[in-house]
Design a protein around this ligand. Structure first.
Ligand code: FUB
Length: 474
């Protein structure tokens, strides 16, 4: 079975993913957005897992933690229960750390298995019992917990919110001027037993440190590879995951670079996909490194979906920025055979370029990923809507072998040509005529492409707009 990006079913919206391998499976812990939600994280936490030797085979593990399971009940604090992370404790149980948008504290739930039904365990606190986030000195609004177990059995917690303006959750100015914070946790998994250390810099304290332009914003996550600590975070640019390295779990960490940008910013002269926040981490699975992140679906920032790419570590331990692809966890290009859904385009932009998504879909001729049906209806289909003159969808990569024709399925009032190129600035390999249609209709044209691995870029030239459903290979 091929794997695509997004790698979960098209109707699932899991952003802020933290991948962890436990006992031969990779588990994805994340927030849970709603299709067409009006806020971040409207749904209860679910978990998905896949065997480490088949990253296309994701299994739904069910709801592991509901807002109503928290002692705050269904209070307004819980409206945005976000960005959990999990760790296996010294007692062999699994601890799920999460934060509630408007409370600014971190709570913990526990379970005997990685993806069973968690039950409430407690709130992270100082030794005197004051909740972390409510104490003094450097103890700021808590956000996006990352939890980490070191090889020596010690546990660490990382959190922080580096906004210099107002918090999207509280509406208050961010009180955190230090950056990401890290501390050691006691054996009870709740009590802090070290001072709070600054891990990565914000805009307010980055001058001369190497973080400039990629300062910490949110999404703290810790990993250790080859004896080095890697702090992974979402930068002030929002659309990228960056990392910083150290020889010690409580740093200070040196800026390393960008791991992935959802618009391939840094790899291309201009953003090649609609931007918005992203959040994730790296996991070593079967001897390879993968970066997990989320893309933005539905033209605004409240319906985000899990994606992943293989990422390469250089000999000196640094990572090269991964490009976003349609084939993600597939382990190679997609076969140019049969049907490929348009929803797996990894690049999408309009004649006027892209936008950074906020609460509302941008007006005008901007194509966007969306779906039919309601949230979590398991048979809706996802497609690209509002495809109009100059809109481009790019797919990386396909393996071509003796292909003679290519088609697209579309639906809408449009007339023109779908021009197909074998690269962003590549050769035209097909020109598919498009005519108005009230129902989904396939249009075909001869394909002139050599065998081998290539991307495909589809650009519409003409009048009107349509839904771009899929690509057909003959
Ligand atoms: O999912 C809600 C928020 O969006 C997270 O807390 C941030 O990291 C960002 O992804």
């Amino acid at each position: 079975m091929p794997a695509y990006n997004p790698f979960l079913p098209s109707w699932e919206y899991v952003p802020d993913g933290e991948p962890h391998v436990f006992g031969g499976r990779v588990y994805l812990y994340g927030s849970h957005d709603r299709f067409n939600g009006r806020e971040f994280c409207r749904n209860d936490y679910v978990c998905w897992s896949a065997p480490v030797d088949d990253l296309s085979d994701w299994r739904f593990e069910g709801y592991i933690w509901k807002k109503s399971d928290d002692p705050d009940g269904r209070g307004w604090y819980l409206s945005q229960m976000a960005a959990p992370d999990a760790v296996r404790g010294a007692d062999g149980r699994y601890y799920l750390y999460y934060f509630k948008g408007q409370r600014g504290t971190i709570d913990v739930a526990v379970c005997d298995t990685p993806a069973g039904k968690y039950r409430y365990y407690g709130r992270v606190r100082h030794a005197d019992g004051t909740p972390l986030g409510k104490g003094r000195e450097k103890d700021f609004y808590q956000f996006d917990p990352g939890v980490f177990r070191d090889d020596d059995g010690k546990f660490y917690l990382y959190t922080g919110f580096g906004a210099s303006g107002r918090s999207i959750f509280t509406g208050f100015r961010s009180p955190n001027k230090y950056g990401a914070m890290g501390c050691e946790l006691a054996e009870d998994m709740l009590t802090i037993r070290s001072p709070l250390h600054t891990i990565a810099r914000t805009r307010r304290n980055s001058r001369g440190t190497g973080y400039e332009g990629h300062e910490f914003f949110e999404a703290s996550s810790m990993r250790k590879f080859g004896g080095r600590y890697y702090f992974i975070y979402s930068s002030v640019n929002g659309h990228e995951l960056c990392y910083a390295m150290s020889d010690s779990p409580l740093g200070e960490f040196t800026y390393g670079g960008t791991l992935v940008s959802i618009g391939d910013v840094g790899l291309s002269e201009k953003p090649l996909n609609y931007l918005g926040n992203t959040h994730g981490s790296i996991e070593r699975i079967g001897g390879k490194y993968y970066v997990f992140y989320h893309r933005q679906t539905n033209g605004h920032c409240f319906s985000r979906q899990a994606c992943a790419e293989e990422i390469h570590m250089r000999e000196d331990g640094t990572f090269a920025q991964a490009e976003v692809t349609s084939c993600g966890l597939n382990g190679g290009p997609l076969a140019a055979r049969g049907r490929c859904e348009a929803r797996v385009a990894c690049h999408l932009f309009s004649k006027k370029g892209v936008r950074f998504y906020t609460f509302k879909r941008p007006a005008g001729c901007h194509p966007y990923f969306t779906q039919s049906g309601k949230d979590r209806e398991c048979d809706p289909d996802q497609y690209i809507a509002n495809f109009c003159d100059g809109a481009t969808a790019g797919f990386k990569y396909f393996r071509f072998a003796g292909n003679a024709r290519i088609g697209v399925t579309v639906c809408g009032r449009a007339r023109g040509t779908m021009r197909v190129r074998d690269g962003l600035y590549g050769q035209e390999v097909a020109a598919i005529p498009i005519a108005p249609c009230r129902q989904r209709t396939q249009f075909f044209a001869p394909l002139h492409i050599e065998d081998g691995v290539k991307p495909l870029y589809f650009t519409f030239a003409g009048k009107g707009r349509f839904d771009f459903i899929d690509i057909r290979f003959d």
